[in-house]
Design a protein around this ligand. Structure first.
Ligand SMILES: NC(=O)c1ccc[n+]([C@@H]2O[C@H](COP(=O)([O-])OP(=O)(O)OC[C@H]3O[C@@H](n4cnc5c(N)ncnc54)[C@H](OP(=O)(O)O)[C@@H]3O)[C@@H](O)[C@H]2O)c1
Length: 254
């Protein structure tokens, strides 16, 4: 148990909202960095700051021996992570934990490259570190199939597969890693099954009582090749989450 606070960046997000109560319930003091000011609540204190703009980070990190870095967005995670690393170095942080994505080192798309750059900032920080690469969360898969199901026809890129994982399983694993010894790059965390886009969409459509024709399409370019090769998957050696996509849909959509 730590008496000094554990700083959680992104503690207000989909993943962070699940992680924070687990840490607090394990008896730890939790501090969350958010771009919006919030009063302390449920035993959690909030510090206002913006990792990308480099604002409020020193105050957030001050006195924290452990930093769990979950903040992320479509852009700027590399710069934001470098800013956090600088502050963490100054504060003498003893364990920096980062959440990345499976395929960060392989999928040739800007977002994956950005996650890899952020990983490298953590690994090259000189601080003791742990990085977990996770598959897409069920919540994100749901956003995708919801959008797709609004179209009259669902395009299904051949060879595109996913291993969606439940954010609760990611949260539990991150808490274990955060409270453990720094471990470097740990085995990836993926969901228990592999799905094509049609297989992800069908149970959703069924639950919603909808029907949609599916149109096979070919994903062009380097990214298409990488996805067909399964570069966004970890089929061997992954830690596997417990909850399936069907479990998630039954709870969330039924
Ligand atoms: N979603 C997935 O499928 C998936 C898969 C693998 C890895 N990941 C990674 O897991 C992490 C969490 O994802 P999520 O889906 O939980 O994200 P999310 O729901 O979109 O939440 C994003 C969080 O980041 C914080 N944030 C964003 N920009 C910030 C900034 N400039 N300064 C400070 N805080 C900032 C937000 O805090 P405020 O709004 O309160 O400022 C919020 O708490 C991300 O690093 C993401 O790349 C996600």
């Amino acid at each position: 148990m730590t008496s000094t606070p554990i700083l959680v960046t992104g503690g207000t997000g989909t993943l962070g909202r699940l992680v924070v109560p687990l840490l607090r319930d394990a008896g730890h003091t939790v501090r969350v960095l958010s771009r919006n000011e919030r009063p302390a609540a449920d035993g959690v204190e909030y510090v206002a700051g913006d990792l990308f703009k480099g604002e409020g980070i020193d105050a957030a990190v001050a006195g924290a021996e452990i930093v769990l870095h979950l903040a992320g967005g479509p852009k700027g995670d590399d710069e934001a992570t470098r800013n956090l690393v600088r502050a963490a170095q100054g504060a003498g942080v003893k364990h920096l934990v980062y959440i990345s994505v499976i395929g960060a080192d392989k999928v040739p798309l800007g977002w994956f490259k950005m996650k890899l750059d952020a990983e490298q900032a953590v690994a090259g920080s000189g601080l003791p570190w742990t990085t977990l690469r996770a598959a897409q969360f069920h919540d994100l898969a749901l956003t995708v199939v919801e959008k797709m199901s609004k179209m009259p026809v669902i395009p299904v890129p051949g060879g595109l597969r996913f291993q969606p994982v439940d954010a609760r399983d990611v949260a539990a694993r991150l808490v274990e890693l955060t409270l453990g010894e720094p471990a470097g790059l740990v085995p990836d965390l993926a969901g228990p099954k592999v799905y094509g886009l049609a297989e992800l969409s069908r149970p959703y459509l069924r639950t919603r009582g909808k029907r949609r024709p599916m149109l096979p399409v070919r994903m062009p370019g380097k990214a298409g090749r990488a996805y067909r090769a399964g570069d966004n998957l970890t089929l061997e050696g992954a830690t596997v989450g417990r909850r399936t996509w069907e479990d998630f849909l039954a709870e969330r959509v039924a």
